[in-house]
Ligand binder design. Structure first.
Ligand code: ADP
Ligand code: ADP
Ligand code: MG
Length: 667
């Protein structure tokens, strides 16, 4: 087939996305000499991708529907700036066949497959029909057109419980429910359909056998417009939460060479069935023995960097060359697997509060340098604002090494050296996850995170002697730097002071824990720190991001950030968040409206679960809110009577708005 009208050389590329993926695409496009055009919403005026691009076009209001998902505005932005091609990134319109077609109709090259291929592979049902014909192994299930209750119930019975009810148009783990018995099926279908209709505008369902404790294995493929198609090995993405990937690695530590070749061959067969052009991923679940096709993603994947690191191939460069109409640069037998790569998705979310997204201004953004096998793909910088309108992924930290063990160590070190303040991130959770002995041993399945949640989100260890000393040292170090900024001081290293001996007392605590006291003795002679009966000599030498602390003759590196009375420390024992109890008072306990049932973030009311006048136990569900991508159930803060509900299903509510009132009973 002649595809010269679809794929041809261009000089100007519009990136129809935001965040880290827009930044990542811009980086390669610029390296290839292309002029880059960013697009942005009103919420993203100051965003990093806008700053990186050569030009940028405002699409419209913050809501994705009015900006990043608005096909007309995007085509208009391309026209205005003379863009000749569009890269869709992932998410948003990347798998939208109508958008691919609209680009083609406007004379733009779409960096991706044709609308026809997307339609064929985009629906999970349709693609499974194709795969069945091509002889690719499927999970047993039903993916027919008939959608009435009786048909779905009969199909589930035939497949055998447990089954997975899945939105055919689904993505990002949404519109999916595990059903363990016939009685649960009806309600599960209702709620999956509701979620699917809201998210994808399509509520068709398919039913699959639920593979217990499976692994997720996927294969990167890429095809050109001359009929060449190669696979670039597999990725293992088994560490998931709510069917969304958290950690991804390549190659899979689970497969041997023969299994690797088999799954890659199955993926080439799957993509070959539609003569696939562009980058894509064939996803499988595995029961530990066999792999079964679940879906194809007709776009670049979030986790593509791990494949890039083990193959040395820049996938965005290959995507662009395919879009230019070039042949793939390498043949299958020229593609080599080298070493091991592992990626962690850094999110603005709070793992100890059910992964509630966190929004606000990033006051500190310190990620390690991209050396020693580390790669950072970020979409934010210090001073940027994380808004509630989009996916909360901030960056990806990716490590490569010759072996899996070393790659994990490098990734962990990269995470430990990361410090992001102003918003809550999942960085400590990611560290706990990748250093878990079962992850190291690859003894995992997709339910691992959920089962180990308590361990993975457990509170940090209590600060010890080293941390208390480091806290005082951090304060002293900062005060000294402030003083030095005013007048140049003769002391390079703290420790020796001119006259008289003085003492200063400090108290710190973690959360609502007990106060821990420490005194600093300074003045003539060596400074010391006193904790209880112990007196320790110390010196500090400032360096970037912290200082070296020599305590009792042992030097160790401390990362420190002081934000008012909050101290963040990283010592050799881990991360510590300390509160400096102000000796001059002014302490006010923080009470975060715990008796008020209010929207924690802007969201949509999707269900009201209790009636006015109802008697509620403490913790009883009152209503469900969809906040960003997640459903969040608001519960009774104490036993009481539901006085009133101040919203209804479908309401879009702003942050802090009171949604219900509970009156406490008794006492
Ligand atoms: P999405 O489009 O949301 O990515 P997928 O079909 O790829 O949907 O499934 C997402 C995840 O859900 C998979 O990675 C896997 O962990 C889990 N999953 C999907 N299908 C099955 C199944 N049949 N049995 C068990 N787990 C499954
Ligand atoms: P993947 O396997 O790449 O995670 P999914 O089908 O699970 O693919 O989801 C696509 C990805 O697109 C998600 O991982 C998510 O981070 C990203 N995404 C989804 N919605 C948005 C959005 N509104 N903005 C930016 N990224 C998004
Ligand atoms: Mg998937």
């Amino acid at each position: 087939m002649d595809r010269s009208n679809l794929y041809r050389r261009f000089r100007t590329l519009l990136i129809a996305n935001r965040g880290e993926i827009a930044c990542r695409v811009i980086r390669t496009a610029r390296a290839m000499g292309l002029r880059t055009i960013a697009v942005y919403s009103e919420a993203d005026r100051g965003a990093m991708h806008v700053a990186l691009a050569d030009e940028a076009v405002l699409l419209g209001p913050a809501r994705a529907r009015d900006s990043y998902l608005n096909v007309e505005r995007l085509i208009e932005a391309a026209r205005k700036t003379g863009a000749e091609a569009v890269h869709p990134g992932y998410g948003f319109l990347s798998e939208n066949a109508e958008f691919a077609r609209a680009c083609f109709d406007a004379g733009l090259v779409f960096v991706g497959p044709t609308a026809g291929m997307m339609t064929a592979m985009g629906s999970k049902s349709g693609s499974k029909e194709l795969m069945e014909k091509a002889g690719v192994p499927l999970v047993p299930g039903y993916h027919g057109d008939a959608q009435d209750d009786a048909t779905l119930a009969k199909a589930a019975e035939k497949v055998g419980f447990p089954v997975l009810v899945k939105a055919s148009a689904g993505g990002g783990g949404r519109g999916m429910r595990i059903v363990r018995s016939a009685a649960e099926l009806g309600p599960a279908i209702v709620s999956a359909k509701r979620e699917a209709l809201a998210a994808f505008g399509d509520d068709r369902m398919l039913i699959e056998k639920y593979v217990d404790n499976p692994r997720h294995i996927e294969v990167q493929v890429i095809g050109d417009s001359h009929g060449n198609l190669v696979s670039l090995f597999e990725r293992e993405c088994t560490l998931q939460r709510r069917h969304q990937k958290v950690i991804e690695e390549a190659p899979s530590p689970t497969l041997n060479a023969a299994q690797r070749e088999a799954v890659c061959a199955a993926a080439r067969k799957a993509a070959g069935a539609v003569n696939y052009v562009g980058a894509g991923t064939i996803e499988f679940v595995s029961d530990g023995k066999d792999v079964f096709f679940i879906e194809m993603n007709t776009r670049l994947q979030v986790e593509h960097p791990v494949t890039e690191l083990i193959t040395g191939i820049d996938l965005v460069e290959w995507q662009l060359r395919v879009a230019f109409g070039e042949a793939l640069p390498l043949k299958q037998d020229e593609i080599r697997l080298n070493g091991h790569a592992i990626e962690a998705r850094v999110y603005a979310e709070n793992p100890t509060k059910n992964f509630m997204p966190s929004v606000g201004k990033i006051s500190t953004w310190r990620l390690p340098a991209e050396t020693g096998g580390l790669r950072i793909d970020a979409g934010y910088r210090e001073g940027d604002t994380v808004s509630p309108y989009y996916d909360a992924m901030l960056a990806k930290t990716i490590a490569w090494a010759p072996t899996r063990d070393v790659a994990i160590d490098r990734l962990n070190r990269g995470l430990e050296e990361s410090d992001v303040r102003g918003i809550v991130t999942n960085i400590p959770f990611l560290s706990a996850l990748i250093t878990h002995p079962k992850v190291r041993a690859n003894a995992i399945d997709t339910g691992f995170i959920e089962r180990e949640l308590a361990v993975l989100t457990s509170a940090a260890p209590a600060p010890g002697e080293l941390e208390l000393c480091a806290a005082v040292a951090a304060i002293v170090n900062e005060e000294r730097q402030a003083a030095q900024a005013e007048a140049s001081s003769p002391w390079q290293t703290f420790g020796w002071q001119p006259v008289g001996r003085r003492q200063r007392s400090f108290a710190f605590r973690v959360g609502h824990g007990p106060e821990q006291k420490i005194a600093l003795n300074y003045g003539s002679g060596l400074s010391t720190l006193v904790i209880g009966e112990r007196e320790l000599a110390f010196t500090i030498t400032a360096k970037d991001g912290g200082f070296d602390l020599t305590l009792d003759g042992v030097k160790s590196s401390v990362a420190a950030v002081i934000d008012g009375h909050e101290l963040y420390l990283r010592t050799r024992n881990g991360r510590f968040d300390l509160h400096w109890v102000d000796p001059f008072g002014g302490e006010s306990e923080e009470h975060v409206g715990e008796d008020k049932i209010a929207a924690p973030l802007p969201g949509t009311v999707v269900a009201v679960l209790a009636e006015e006048g109802a008697k509620l136990e403490k913790g009883a569900p009152i209503l469900t809110l969809e906040v960003m991508k997640m459903e969040q159930t608001l519960r009774a803060p104490f036993a009481g009577v539901l006085k009133s509900i101040k919203c209804k299903v479908g309401d879009i509510v702003q942050e802090g708005v009171e949604l219900a009132v509970v009156e406490p009973t008794g006492e």
